[in-house]
Design a binder for this molecule. Sequence first.
Ligand SMILES: Cc1cc2nc3c(=O)[nH]c(=O)nc-3n(C[C@H](O)[C@H](O)[C@H](O)COP(=O)(O)O)c2cc1C
Length: 415
Amino acid sequence: MPVTKDLSVEMCGVRFPNPICLSSSPVSNTGEMVGRAFDAGFGGVAFKTIGKGDIKIIHPAPRMAGYDYGNKKLVGLQNVEQISDRPLDHNLRDIRYLKKNWPEHVVIASIMGFSNDEWRELAIACQDAGADMLELNFSCPHMTVEGSGMKVGQAFDLVEKFSATVKAAVTIPVLAKMTPNVTDITEPALSAKMGGADGLAAINTVLGLTGVDMKNFIPSPNVGGMGAYSGYSGPAVKPIGLRCVAQMAQHPDLGLPISGMGGIETWIDAVEYLLVGSTTLQITSGVIHYGYRMVEDILEGISYFMEDHGFDHISDFVGKALPNVVSTDHFDLGRQGIAQYDLDRCIGCGQCHVVCQDAGGQCLTWNSATRRPVMDESRCLACMICSFVCPVSKPPMITYKEVPGKPEVMPPPSL
Ligand SMILES: Cc1cc2nc3c(=O)[nH]c(=O)nc-3n(C[C@H](O)[C@H](O)[C@H](O)COP(=O)(O)O)c2cc1C
């Protein structure tokens, strides 16, 4: 299906041919790689985080571990990669190369200083090389250089200070990339705004530990017999990313545009991130799984979605879901319902009965003659766990039905 819609967006005064960007990581490590990604359809890049080079960067080996679940490969990805180990002048040359050959595409230089002066110098150097924007990496959770990355993002006064340092040094827009590894992501986001940041990017990786080897008890990735809490990304973190973006987009005192990321693999993921308030989007783990060509399906899917809903511009639906995202105290508890069964399609497996007995409201009994569940509607908790285990899912055989006037279910009596 061809892309029929104008997918261009504007963020902080910079025009992107489409909102899909590579995020800062190995997928955006060199000019040659990013050029191929632009040719495949990516609209922009947050280039692999650039350091000054005064402290030598050595990546641990191995630097990643894949997290599989059942037959599904790479549900998550753990990494201990550091910022770029390339010399500063190589990275700057690559930024120049990209702007010369793909002038319509957006190059965001991600930077990380290890001192106030380094933040300033890196910002100026990247602006001089032609970067359209800067992204301040306040969020890498596993830097081996003490006091950098997420440690800055968790010290809100430093977020403000380094944002202000960079803003005072350059004229191009500045994004602050936030860590989800805080209690409330809007707090450091407000500090970035206080420091003058023009926009926000989130999420960087979630601090995680993907597994422990059963033979030698070493966590993965096994770096010379040791493991570490480190950055976790991919589809498994999408719910955290969506929540963080929505929280920042909804905060009444923030009002900054957001580049959203975390687990984007499909056009549906992309549209969801736009609906909760992202103006542009970034991807790493999806590219690690499927390659740059994944962007084709994403662009086609967004275009089709826009046709379907009658949207002419992406800005028509950025944040469209936010009015529907509330805190739970806003729920209307007078509206109750039940799980509704289309028993003509039931295959008689009995999983709904088991889960209702062992984790639900015990509203189902089992008719072994017909091999069908029988429901006492007054005891259904509407927890919907029966629908989660039901194998008849396309379309779902068990759906939620609101029942006007149904009283809430009474808690079970004690024995
Ligand atoms: C191997 C690897 C290296 C990364 N390096 C950086 C980095 O240098 N700078 C940065 O800001 N984020 C870095 N990230 C984080 C990603 O840019 C992104 O925020 C995160 O992976 C979530 O997106 P995803 O689920 O699409 O991967 C890295 C991620 C991975 C997997």
